[in-house]
Design a binder for this molecule. Structure first.
Ligand code: NAI
Ligand code: MG
Length: 370
């Protein structure tokens, strides 16, 4: 009894590693931290110990690598990772992204990239006649193999007969596990499921993907599931977004379609994402979908919503889904009132003002509204 009581009074802090990165990365990371601290103040069950790691373009220019050789061992000790964004014109993108983001996603077996595409109340979609009930889906993007496995070569570089080879890896294990995650989610949330493929042209990888999809349909007869070609999916996302529920796609297709999704949901400033290691063997990583936005970096005007929502996704994964709901509804309230908006949303507010407005509508859990 006493032990239990003590545990409740002094909860163990969750350890969160922050990787601010480049450009607006550090700016939106600060906003994420601000929100996390505010939540720790409001919720006696939650406390956080945070540590920030300067693994970005400057680090690369000094050390010749995006993170130290024992970087993954260091991060492994944490309960969760928050990443701002990386990308700086002084370092080739394919090196920066692969040495940091892909190294963490693959090294920590974060095989699910969860990306909600949901039009929040108060946000504006470019689609005429579509509302919050129409644009509400979640992408389950394969995150550990597929087209982004990084295998290939460039033959005869720079010569007239130069050839680049890029291999896709689709393993039965890899496809099955991400599809199972999506089918489980569709079942729990009672949503239709779309599997995205290109089985008519990709006569090996696409065929395996589709075959495993058919097997899953047998296993989950209660899930309303359909198979869409990626090009048709792009068309339907614009024409009939209401058709989509849980969308499972390979690494490349998921990447492309979720940027389209971000546009439908009001812009990159709204797109949050979680790189999940569902077995929990390794920490998961949470990040806004957007990049380092060099065009607006240093001005304090980046839209922090994607990062704040990513904090919500982190709390949901740590076992506090109510906090994600509260954060999203606080963002909606701020958007609906409309007086605090960053320039990408047509306003003049700073990132910090937006975060403060969101924080000011949060309430302690025991006061939470029904
Ligand atoms: P980007 O997402 O950084 O920016 C695209 C456009 O959206 C820009 O006009 C930018 O100002 C705007 N934007 C993005 N996030 C915003 C926010 N929170 N608030 C207001 N406006 C926002 O994509 P871009 O320009 O293609 O790439 C810039 C760099 O970021 C590149 O080096 C790229 O490789 C990298 N990148 C990194 C990612 C990551 O760290 N996960 C993801 C995508 C790109
Ligand atoms: Mg992308």
């Amino acid at each position: 009894m006493t032990v239990e009581l003590e545990e409740k009074l002094t909860p163990l802090p969750y350890r969160v590693a922050f990787l601010p990165g480049d450009g607006i990365g550090p700016e939106v990371t600060n906003e994420a931290l601000r929100l996390l601290r505010a939540i720790a103040r409001l919720d006696p069950a939650l406390s956080f110990e945070t540590e920030s790691f300067p693994w970005n373009a400057d680090y690369f220019l000094e050390n010749g690598t995006m993170m130290p050789s024992d970087g993954l061992q260091t991060l492994r000790e944490f309960d969760a990772i928050f990443l701002g964004a990386v990308g700086d014109k002084r370092v080739p993108d394919h090196i920066a992204l692969r040495q940091l983001i892909f190294a963490i996603r693959q090294g920590f077996d974060q095989y699910v990239n969860l990306r909600p595409v949901r039009l929040l109340r108060g946000a504006i979609t470019p689609l005429a006649g579509k509302s919050t009930v129409d644009i509400d889906m979640v992408f389950v993007r394969e995150n550990s193999e597929g087209e982004y496995c990084g295998i290939g070569s460039i033959q005869s570089p720079g010569l007239a007969d130069e050839v680049a080879l890029q291999t896709s890896v689709f393993s039965r294990k890899g496809v099955e596990r991400v599809m199972r995650y999506a089918f489980e989610l569709a079942r729990i949330e009672n949503r239709p499921l779309q599997s995205i493929s290109k089985g008519n042209a990709l006569n090996f990888t696409g065929v395996l993907w589709d075959r495993i999809f058919e097997e899953m349909c047998q296993e989950y007869p209660d899930v309303r599931a359909e198979n869409l070609l990626v090009d048709a999916a792009a068309f339907h996302l614009v024409r009939n977004p209401e058709r989509f529920g849980v969308v499972v796609a390979s690494n490349l297709f998921g990447d492309i379609l979720t940027d389209l999704g971000a546009a439908l949901a009001g812009g990159l400033g709204f797109a949050a994402s979680a790189n999940l290691c569902p077995t929990k063997e390794f920490p998961s990583m949470f990040e806004p979908v957007h990049g380092s936005a060099p065009d607006i970096a240093g001005q304090g005007i980046a839209n922090p919503i994607a990062s704040l929502w990513a904090v919500g996704m982190m709390l949901a994964e740590l076992g506090y889904p109510n906090w994600e709901e509260q954060i999203v509804s606080a963002i909606e309230q701020v958007l609906q009132i409309g007086s605090v908006r960053t320039p990408d949303l047509g306003g003049t507010s700073k990132s910090t003002e937006m975060t403060e407005a969101v924080i000011s509508t949060l309430v302690a859990p025991n006061n939470a509204r029904e």
